[in-house]
Design a protein around this ligand. Structure first.
Ligand SMILES: NC(=O)c1ccc[n+]([C@@H]2O[C@H](COP(=O)([O-])OP(=O)(O)OC[C@H]3O[C@@H](n4cnc5c(N)ncnc54)[C@H](OP(=O)(O)O)[C@@H]3O)[C@@H](O)[C@H]2O)c1
Length: 346
């Protein structure tokens, strides 16, 4: 497994990390706790040390499960969690409310993005408790909002670092301008963003018609920040195992996503079938090839890959050993550009 440092923190993290959103169950049609714990153990046994979670994943459940899984191996793990997605708070920007289709089993909920310093202080204590640890390696603001000045948010994060509760600070879902503001107020070591071979906003340029965006990968590279890709397999779509016939349950977010339309799945299937010679050359599976492609992109340092069972975790971890050459990358990029641009992603 290749390791890379998280920005200027000195913390070495595996290029393939395990994402634990699915382990919260909510939005993913449920999750089996035993399988989740076994997945974390399989990942660590296969050389992964980077584990990403968040309080909002199953409303604390993912953190609790991760805490159980790492209880006897905390020293082997780089633990990343988040703050700033809160429930029923007095301030912040509302992004979701419970409805019949939402988290109704949890009662009435309003989910808000709120990076308020006092709220973050409360959140960190709750995360530490759920995770069963006294420090978090990488603490990230989950989403950004306009109400709280970023200098105040960064102020409390820097204090938490001084107090030893967190070791490094990151952001998720941030613009270059927002990262400038964080960096003006302290040391920002990472940026976590959606990135996959069919979601390439971070590169800037004109992929999928998104013109005029800044090169966020270049920005992070120039400022010595790690970039953690989330959803690198597009929630399983790029594993080669989601055929047109697969049906997702109503409480699985994929059941309503256009990305998972039958037409798109057929196109993705066609694209992946053209990657077969590269996968065969490296003796790897399609999921491993796609993860390997991700961590070979310049400026993209780590891929957070979700796994709901030990088999997936083991398979994904092994992608950290696949070394692609310039010819492989050129071939794959050419195919992606010719096929993926016609996907309906709205
Ligand atoms: N910061 C943010 O806003 C944000 C947003 C999203 C995600 N994230 C982080 O990024 C992590 C990864 O993203 P993600 O979970 O959204 O998507 P992903 O990693 O692209 O896909 C994960 C899903 O794909 C399927 N899968 C994974 N490996 C597989 C394999 N080897 N074979 C077959 N199927 C496989 C599993 O679902 P099934 O078995 O159900 O098909 C799994 O839950 C999350 O867990 C979370 O930690 C962060």
């Amino acid at each position: 497994m290749q390791m890379r440092v998280l920005g200027a923190s000195g913390i070495e993290a595996s290029v393939v990390g395990i994402g634990t959103w699915v382990m919260g169950g909510w939005m993913w049609g449920g999750a089996d706790e035993g399988e989740s714990i076994a997945a974390v153990h399989a990942a660590i046994d296969a050389g992964i040390n980077l584990i990403d979670t968040a309080p909002i994943y199953g409303f604390g459940h993912s953190e609790v499960v991760v805490g159980k899984a790492i209880a006897d191996r905390r020293d082997k793990v780089v633990l990343a969690t988040k703050c700033g997605m809160v429930i029923n708070s007095v301030g912040g920007r509302a992004v979701a409310r419970s409805t019949a289709a939402g988290p109704s089993e949890f009662g009435h909920l309003e989910i808000k993005i709120w990076n308020d310093p006092e709220s973050i202080r409360q959140e960190v204590e709750l995360s530490l408790k759920r995770l069963g640890t006294d420090y978090i390696d990488l603490y990230q603001t989950h989403w950004q909002e306009e109400e709280t000045p970023i200098a105040e948010t960064m102020g409390v994060l820097m204090k938490l670092k001084e107090e030893g509760k967190i070791r490094a600070i990151g952001v998720c879902n941030a613009t270059v301008g927002e990262m400038d503001a964080y960096r003006a107020a302290g040391q920002l070591d990472s940026d976590q963003e959606q990135y996959s071979m069919i979601h390439r906003k971070l590169e800037g340029g004109s992929f999928q018609g998104e013109d005029g965006l800044p090169d966020q990968l270049g920005y992070c590279r120039d400022n010595n920040m790690a970039v953690l890709a989330y959803s690198p397999l597009v929630l399983g779509l790029l594993t080669g195992k989601v055929g047109p016939e697969r049906v997702f349950g109503e409480s699985d977010l994929r059941s309503t996503q256009k990305r998972f339309s039958r037409a798109n799945r057929e196109k993705i299937g066609e694209l992946l079938s053209r990657f077969e010679p590269v996968a065969q050359k490296h003796g790897c599976t399609m999921a491993q090839l796609v993860i390997a492609w991700t961590v070979h992109q310049s400026g993209l340092t780590h891929a957070l890959v979700g796994a709901r069972n030990p088999e997936q975790a083991k398979e994904n971890a092994a992608a950290g050993r696949v070394v692609l050459d310039a010819g492989d990358l050129e071939l794959m990029n050419g195919l992606v550009r010719s096929d993926a641009t016609v996907l309906d992603m709205s």
